[in-house]
Write a protein that binds this ligand. Sequence first.
Ligand code: ATP
Length: 430
Amino acid sequence: VQYQITSSRLHHRLYSLTDSSETGPEDEEAETRVPLTPLQKLTNDMCKDEKTIKELIIGRRVGFYKVRGEIGYGTFSRVKMAFHALTKDKVALKMLDKARLDIQAQRLLSREISSMESLQHPNVVRLYEVVETPSRLYLVLEYAGGGDLHNRICNEGKFSDNSSKIIFAQILSAIKYMHNINIIHRDLKAENVLFASNGCVKVADFGFSTQVSNRNDALDTFCGSPPYAAPELFRDESYLGPPVDVWAMGVLLFFMVTGTMPFRAETMGKLRRCIIEGTYSVPPWMPGPCQKLIKGILKTAPAERYAVEQMMGCDWLLPVEFPWTLVPAESLSPLQSLLESESKDLEEMVEEVRGSLEELGFTTEHLRNNQPKDSRNPFTGVFRILLHQAQKRRGCDCPPVVRGMVRDPKREGLRAYRGLRHTSKFCVLS
Ligand code: ATP
């Protein structure tokens, strides 16, 4: 479902939290007797409290979020830190001026939102909510405050072999998950890999992403950053999505392990030639298993390039133990899979979230009237934040560990992938 940017109309959607128990002027007497729930207090303040209303007008508050300092900016956006007024969670608020968004930017934004709505993985930045005001659109994102991979490498140099494994395994897990649900990122680069405060990495920036109906669908738009672009993007009229993300991961891996980019040139023409010819040199000190992986990825013919499954089964990553399932649910949306799952643990988690919602003042009627599927509903924001909290309490957002020996039979089973060839056919539409 494509996300439409609606016309400029004022709606702090708290008014749409339909619950007949919300206090109205006629209830003022009752208000004095019964203590207000946090939700009632917040919604009352947003409607009646002068200071809160002023903060909403000047942008110190956006919907249920209290806005703090700036943390970054992009071509069309500014990103600020913010807190949820009820759950107190820290979030990143990506602000976009509607007037600055041309048709192309609107299309990209709508893709970014719909891709992120389908994704729920420990290594993908979560979208909690979308808030729209007359002049702006705000994406409320999971906060990943540890900086990005590009800056980390530029400031501190290359990563050790073990750290590279831990980071790369997480990126790979995220990409495997995305590709399973037919989402192609198309702009993987060190700048788009963020660190959370616990060292977990998060793939961000889905502005160039696309959801294909079939992974063998040919795409024809050049996306991404030239040093990370696969040769077929320069060479052919169309390309397949997954191998393009795989190539970018190869460039990223090379950059992490060596601190330098595999393809460098003073001009775009020379860079293009370098990439099409696949000319790069691997430093001799690079550990053999890592060299083998990079060589398997940076193959100029997409059909010969490693598939994600082959990367997961490579020798270099065998000592990595993931604390979460390697291949999460594929076809269902995250929320669907959660609500439709019969797993005891998930049932318990949903109950926990329901309990927290009730403590904040969301009634059974709220829950019935506000399905947490619509990103523009503040209830969805609270629900997704609480759900993520519950998942984190269960260790879902922990970085993987590297062990000397691989004992997990499931990981051992991935060895079987090593013999697999990438079977997709490359198809050029002309
Ligand atoms: P461009 O739009 O030009 O491609 P960009 O994609 O980096 O740039 P944004 O996604 O708006 O633009 O991010 C801008 C900056 O904000 C990032 O470089 C990063 O430093 C910071 N940032 C973005 N998302 C988050 C997040 N979820 N948590 C913490 N910081 C973030």
